[in-house]
Design a protein around this ligand. Sequence first.
Ligand SMILES: [Zn+2]
Length: 180
Amino acid sequence: MEATESSTPSLLIRYCPACGQPTFASNSPKSYHCSSCEFVLFLNPSAAVAVIVECDRHLLMAVRGAAPGQGMLDLPGGFVDPQETAEQALARELQEELGLTGVQPQYFASFPNIYPYRGIVYQTTDLIYTLALSDRPYLEAADDVAQVVWIHRDELVMDKIAFSSIRQAVGAYLNQVCPV
Ligand SMILES: [Zn+2]
């Protein structure tokens, strides 16, 4: 299933968390406003990290084990936790999802994405890193990664990638077009 939905904030949120009235509505792509008590809640994009790993012209892709985009291809990565650097988040995710440690990915570019999960549409800013390896490491898929596959850079089918941001990132990487 294509992991896309409306980019407007979720309609699940109707009641104001400050006064409890059902007068809480989205007034911009990133905020809610209560017309009863003027409370405002901002829902700014969440930071997420992902890494393009290449070895011998093959890219490492993760098969998603959970919604959204279950069964589709993704890059290893995940959300940045509060008070965590992007680099720490990436190192943590590589260890949690692949058992991979001791590597130093390099920053590549960022792409916006939407992440629908259980009725809420999260806006994300995906920070993409790259990592070139000379040997394929032993990897153990875990967490929300069902399986890892190495796909030759000429045989990657973009439509099998779950998220538009990851499609854009991989496309830019393969064409070596770095957006500004
Ligand atoms: Zn209110």
